[in-house]
Ligand binder design. Structure first.
Ligand SMILES: *[C@@H]1O[C@H](CO)[C@@H](O)[C@H](O)[C@H]1NC(C)=O
Ligand SMILES: *[C@@H]1O[C@H](CO)[C@@H](O)[C@H](O)[C@H]1NC(C)=O
Ligand SMILES: *[C@@H]1O[C@H](CO)[C@@H](O)[C@H](O)[C@H]1NC(C)=O
Length: 416
C-alpha cells in the first residue's frame, strides 16, 4: 500500500517534471523564435519611418514605385535639428547661374524613366519608395543607405599619402581655396558592377577637409545594386559629417536632405551613352547660399533638386576647402587583394582622352565669394590604383578642358 502510494507519488512527480521540461522547451523555442519576428518588426518600423504617406502613387516601368509626398511630410523633418525648419526655395541668382554651353555632339534630353508614367501634384515631391527587399539586402538596418566608413590603411609605401580602405578613386582635385560651389557636365554611362555589395560612382564631392576626417556634400550618378536592387544608372545625392561613419546617406534614405524639386533622388536616368554612339551627360551643380548656410543642388536648365540645410552641417556651412570630380569604386577586393574587383569605373575604359570611349567631365567650374563660375586653379588628377583606373586632365589653350577618368578594374597583367 505504502509502496504503491510511493510509486503513484513518483508518477505524479514525473508528470510534473515532464510538464516542466515541456514548458521550458516551449519557452526556449519562443525565445529562439523571437529574433526573426523582431527583425520583421524592425523592418516594418523602418519602412513606416522612411516611406511617408502618399497623395498619389506612380508605378514606373523600371520597377520603381514613386510616391508623391506633401513637401512638409518628407523625411528631412524627422531630423531633430530640423524640427522648426522652414523650407527655403533656391534663390534665383543661384538657379540662374550661367549654364554650360550647348555642346557639339552632345544630346541634352536627359530624363528619368518614371516621368513617362506621370507627375506629382503641386505641393508634393516625388520620392522613390523603399521596399522590404531593399532592407533585406543590408547586413544592418542602421547602415541602410550609407557608404562604408572611410578608414585609412596605415602604410607608408603609398605614393599619394594615405589611401582609404576598400575604395579606389580616380579624380581631379582642387584644394587650398574657399569654395562655395562646384559644377560639371558628367558623361552618362552604365558600368558593370561585379558583386552586389560593390558600387561605382561618377560624382562631385565638396569637402571641408582634404584629410581623412571630413564632411561632404556629393552628387552624381551611381550603379549600386545593394542599395537599389539592380544595375541601372541612377542619379544620387549624398552627405556625411563624419567620413561616412555614422551620419548621412544616399538620397532620402535618412533624414537631412530637403527636396524641393520634381527629380527623384535615386531614380534611374537616361539615355545612356554608347561606344562610338551618341553621348549624353548630366550637369550637376552644388552651391552654398552664404546667408542661410544651405548647400543647394541643381541640374542644368535651372532645375532645382533640393538642399542640405545648415542645421545638419558643421564648418561646411561656411565653405568647402576641397573639391573632387571623378569616379569611385567601393569593394573589398581592391589594392593588394587578388583577384582585383572587375567592377568598372566611368565607361569601363581607361581614361584615354577619346570622346565616345572613356567617361569625361566638362564645364568643370568652382564658385568663390566673387559669385562667379571659374575654372579651378591648381587642379591635380589623382588615380589611386593607376593600373586599374586612370585619370587624365586634358587642358589645351583656348579649348574647354576635359577631365577623363575610369577603367575596367581587374586587367591582366598590371591589375591582377
Ligand atoms: C523648436 O521650437 C521649440 C519651441 O520654440 C523649441 O522648444 C525647440 O527647441 C526648437 N527646436 C529646435 C531644433 O530648434
Ligand atoms: C602608423 O603606425 C605607426 C607605427 O605603428 C604609428 O607610429 C603611426 O602613428 C601610425 N599612423 C597612423 C596615421 O595611424
Ligand atoms: C574592408 O574590408 C575588410 C574585408 O572585408 C573588412 O574587414 C574591413 O572592415 C573593411 N574596412 C572598411 C573601412 O569598411
Amino acid at each position: 500500500m505504502e509502496r504503491r502510494h510511493e510509486s503513484e507519488m513518483w508518477e505524479i512527480k514525473g508528470t510534473v517534471l515532464f510538464l516542466w521540461v515541456l514548458f521550458a522547451v516551449c519557452l526556449r523555442l519562443n525565445v529562439e523564435a523571437k529574433p526573426s519576428s523582431t527583425l520583421e518588426t524592425q523592418i516594418e518600423a523602418k519602412l513606416k519611418q522612411l516611406n511617408k504617406p502618399a497623395v498619389k502613387t506612380i508605378k514606373s516601368e523600371d520597377g520603381d514605385i514613386i510616391d508623391c509626398v506633401n513637401i512638409y511630410d518628407q523625411p528631412a523633418f524627422d531630423h531633430p535639428a530640423l524640427e522648426n525648419h522652414t523650407i527655403k526655395m533656391m534663390p534665383d541668382y543661384l538657379l540662374e547661374l550661367e549654364n554650360s554651353n550647348t555642346e557639339e555632339g552632345l544630346k541634352l534630353e536627359i530624363f528619368q524613366t518614371w516621368q513617362k508614367s506621370g507627375s506629382c501634384p503641386k505641393g508634393t515631391i516625388p520620392i522613390r519608395r523603399i521596399v522590404k527587399e531593399d532592407l533585406l539586402r543590408v547586413a544592418s538596418l542602421d547602415n541602410f543607405g550609407r557608404k562604408p566608413p572611410q578608414l585609412y590603411e596605415n602604410s607608408t609605401d603609398q605614393e599619394n599619402g594615405y589611401v582609404p580602405e576598400n575604395r579606389s578613386s580616380a579624380y581631379l582635385l582642387a584644394v587650398g581655396y574657399n569654395y562655395i560651389g562646384a559644377q560639371a557636365d558628367i558623361n552618362l554611362w552604365n558600368p558593370k558592377v561585379a558583386q552586389t555589395n560593390e558600387f561605382t560612382t561618377a560624382q562631385i564631392w565638396l569637402k571641408n577637409n582634404n584629410g581623412p576626417y571630413f564632411e561632404s556634400v556629393e552628387s552624381g550618378w551611381t550603379v549600386n545594386p545593394k542599395l537599389y536592387g539592380d544595375g541601372a544608372t541612377r542619379f544620387f545625392a549624398y552627405w556625411t559629417r563624419d567620413s561616412y561613419r555614422s551620419t548621412g546617406c544616399f538620397d532620402l534614405t535618412c533624414s537631412g536632405f530637403v527636396q524641393i524639386g520634381q527629380v527623384v533622388l535615386g531614380g534611374t536616368i537616361g539615355p545612356i551613352s554608347s561606344f562610338y554612339g551618341p553621348q549624353y551627360d548630366i550637369n550637376i551643380g552644388m552651391f552654398l547660399e552664404p546667408n542661410s548656410g544651405n548647400w543647394y543642388l541643381k541640374l542644368k536648365n535651372n532645375i532645382p533638386i533640393g538642399y542640405w540645410p545648415a542645421e545638419i552641417l558643421g564648418s561646411l556651412r561656411h565653405s568647402a576647402i576641397a573639391v573632387e570630380w571623378g569616379g569611385q569604386v567601393s569593394s573589398v577586393n581592391i589594392r593588394k587583394k587578388t583577384p582585383h574587383t572587375s567592377t568598372q569605373m566611368g565607361s569601363g575604359e581607361f581614361a584615354n582622352g577619346r570622346f565616345q570611349q572613356s567617361c569625361f567631365m566638362r564645364n568643370i567650374r568652382i564658385m568663390d565669394y566673387s559669385l562667379q563660375l571659374k575654372y579651378p586653379r591648381d587642379v591635380t588628377p589623382i588615380a589611386q590604383e593607376p593600373f586599374c583606373y586612370t585619370a587624365i586632365n586634358d587642358v589645351r589653350p583656348g579649348i574647354e578642358p576635359e577631365f577623363y577618368f575610369g577603367g575596367p578594374g581587374r586587367d591582366l597583367p598590371h591589375c591582377p
